[in-house]
Design a protein around this ligand. Structure first.
Ligand code: ZN
Length: 210
């Protein structure tokens, strides 16, 4: 395995490549607090701008990761295991790019190796690195699947996300019980209905969506 370390990381102490200082960001938060009709100087809100930018740093930590880097290390000594690998129910927290409110749910990631496998924790890291950005569920699904397909080149990849969108639950059409499911399939999952069916059965997602 070659370890190319050509990644140019603009490792600034601020969030990713942001040119905005903490003080400037806090001023923006104060502006929003005023916008909703609150008093920025009342005691309970004094530390809120600082807390908000700390929280945002965490929510959007994915910008400083290169998700594909998590996929660089692979393993070949797996006794020729070339069957389905499914990591299911990976907790997912993201934010919709239209309203900047959370969408949360589960990611199910499956692949069929072609001689090489991934460390299982790396899959969750890839999910996180893409999720902790401003996102659209469809795009997030494709990014995870494409990264694994490109970097590992397995016989197939399937990524299924099932999420609740706060923007849909508590504003707009207000459908708190609704789930949005998206999937992106590559290789055997795309081309072979039996493989696809095996996956859906394993995930308990047969004809009756569960
Ligand atoms: Zn939204």
């Amino acid at each position: 395995m070659d370890t190319t370390t050509e990644m140019k990381n603009n490792s600034k102490e601020t969030n990713s490549s942001s040119q905005i200082t903490d003080e400037q960001a806090m001023e923006h938060v104060k502006g929003l607090i005023e916008f909703i009709g609150e008093d920025v100087d009342r005691e309970g809100l004094l530390k809120t701008p600082q807390r908000v930018i700390n929280a945002m740093r965490d929510h959007f930590a994915g910008y400083k990761d290169d998700p594909r880097k998590f996929l660089e290390r692979t393993f070949s000594e797996v006794e020729g295991y070339n069957e389905l690998v499914v990591v299911s129910d990976i907790e997912l927290h993201s934010h919709c790019e239209h309203h900047m409110v959370p969408f949360v749910g589960k990611a199910h990631v499956a692949y069929i190796p072609d001689g090489r496998v991934l460390g299982l924790s790396k899959i969750a890291r890839v999910v996180d690195a893409y999720a902790k950005r401003l996102q659209v569920q469809e795009k997030l699904t494709a990014q995870i699947a494409d990264a694994i397909q490109d970097e590992l080149q397995p016989q197939g990849v399937a990524v299924i996300l099932k999420c609740r969108h706060f923007c849909m639950c508590y504003r707009g059409v207000k459908k708190p019980e609704s789930w949005t499911t998206t999937s992106k399939l590559h290789g055997l999952f795309m081309n072979n209905p039996a493989t696809r069916m095996e996956l859906f059965t394993l995930l308990g997602m047969g004809a009756k969506n569960g």
